[in-house]
Design a protein around this ligand. Structure first.
Ligand code: SF4
Ligand code: SF4
Length: 440
């Protein structure tokens, strides 16, 4: 079986982002494979744990991808502060693989930013890294490629106000409620963020389940600044009304925007200015199409804006509207980065201070656990593309690693059972399995 089909059959997707199917990435030729090990979200550290504890599988996956795309070199982009980890990796680096040390800033893990930091190349707005001969993979995807068998587990961080701040390998489909029971929140009145503090989302249903893209659960007090910000941002009417009234067009949001600093056309202050030209809560007749180039990092909303406004959300709303109208950006394009870009990076330490996260460590060992869920709910859509089609029915016995849903030739990812057990439900969105034994 060739590499592309092998990865497709294993069901590997980008474990750190939107879940882009990895087999598609290895279908082209590239001169460089870049490993995104920059992990820039505060409190997230599962990739570092994987590099420490799954080193063999990681290097094997990297070498397989390099061979598959015929790359002449591999680069591991990692923050220079991780000196012990870098020393360990350097002692066993495969041929033609280098480590590139990057500064500790946000969003160093944005793949377009990381490409600039590690190779000096600016990927033009709207283009993919492969247009510059570069394939980017995150650490967990490479570990999954280098590990025998299909993807049935996910590595996640449990962080914030919990007793057990651990990194865990858990079966796909386990509920957040089961994970929180293990994590043991130390507060009675708390909220939970799924993912990183900057680009995550508030969990509204604790029966939500782990998918191939779940990275972390972060427990915080309900009145924590981040929870307030996410709650405020959820109301488009409020974001627009207050933004229209309070934005003084200082342009800080644009001047610190990482994609603007790469020379991309995004300018969040212009999206904010456009609010003046329509009534509160209404959509502008013509969306700001430069918002199509926003990477949704939330830096402008959580850090840059001195007024505490939400330009990222205004950009996201404009982006949605532009996509719905099939409107395209028609302004000038540049391939030149901002001359002051290197001096306008937002240090991670500042981010943690501003978001009141300093009391939480960015560590938590990969730990064996004793979570024994009564059921596992495998989502049929854990990836970019359409949902997978079930190939099992209710009452059927399945084994761990058995394929239970397939994409056929469509874009997406194959889904495998994460436990031995019995199928108890199949519908348009998921397959539920009752495990017959402990899953870890
Ligand atoms: S930083 Fe805030 S106040 Fe300044 S232009 Fe941007 S949204 Fe407006
Ligand atoms: S969220 Fe804000 S800072 Fe980030 S890319 Fe979009 S406009 Fe720029």
């Amino acid at each position: 079986m060739d590499l592309q089909n092998l990865i497709k059959e294993k069901g590997v997707v980008g474990a750190g982002g939107a879940g882009f199917p990895t087999h598609v990435k290895v279908g082209s030729s590239a001169h460089t494979v870049l490993v995104n090990a920059a992990e820039c979200e505060p409190l997230l550290h599962k990739d570092k744990q994987l590099l420490f504890h799954r080193t063999g599988a990681f290097f094997k996956g990297l070498e397989m991808v390099m061979a598959g795309v015929q790359a002449q070199k591999g680069i591991i982009g990692i923050k220079k502060k991780h000196t012990a980890l870098i020393d360990m990796l350097e002692s066993s680096l495969p041929a033609n693989v280098d480590i590139c040390r990057v500064d500790d800033f946000y969003p160093a893990g944005d793949e377009i930013t990381l490409i600039r930091e590690t190779t000096g190349t600016i990927v033009p707005p709207g283009e993919l890294p492969i247009s510059r001969g570069i394939v980017v993979n995150n650490v967990e995807s490479l570990v999954n490629i280098g590990t025998d068998g299909p993807v049935t587990t996910k590595f996640i961080n449990l962080a914030g106000d919990v007793e057990n701040r651990h990194t865990l390998e858990v079966p796909l489909g386990v509920s957040f409620a089961d994970l929180l029971a293990y994590a043991k929140p130390t507060l009675s009145d708390y909220a939970v963020i799924e993912g990183g503090p900057m680009m995550g989302s508030i969990v509204t249903d604790m029966e939500s389940v782990v998918t191939k893209t779940t990275a972390a659960l972060i427990v915080l007090p309900k009145d924590h600044v981040l929870i307030r910000k996410y709650t405020d941002m959820a109301s488009e009417e409020r974001v627009n009304r207050i933004g229209k009234a309070a934005c003084d067009q200082c342009t800080f949001c644009t001047e610190l925007c990482p994609r603007y600093l790469l020379g991309h056309p995004i300018q969040p202050h212009r999206a904010m200015r456009s609010l003046v030209f329509h009534h509160s809560g209404d959509q502008p007749a013509r969306p700001e199409t430069h918002a199509l180039y926003c990477c949704q990092c939330n830096l402008c909303s959580f850090v840059s804006c001195p007024e505490g406004l939400y330009p990222s959300q205004v950009c996201i709303n404009n982006r949605k509207q532009a996509l719905a109208q099939k409107a395209e950006y028609e302004g000038p394009l540049s391939n030149q980065g901002h001359p002051l870009a290197q001096f306008r990076k937002t240090p991670s330490r500042r981010l943690k201070t501003m978001l009141d996260l300093n009391r939480f460590p960015d560590t938590g060992e990969l730990t064996d656990h004793s979570i024994s869920p009564e059921s596992l709910t495998l989502k049929l859509q854990q990836h970019i593309g359409g949902p997978a089609g079930p190939v099992v029915s209710v009452g059927e016995s399945v084994e761990k690693g058995q394929k239970i849903a397939t994409m056929g030739d469509a874009l997406g990812s194959e889904i495998h059972s994460s436990a031995n057990g019995t199928v108890t439900r199949v519908d348009d969105t998921c397959i539920v399995i009752t495990p017959s034994e402990q899953t870890n």
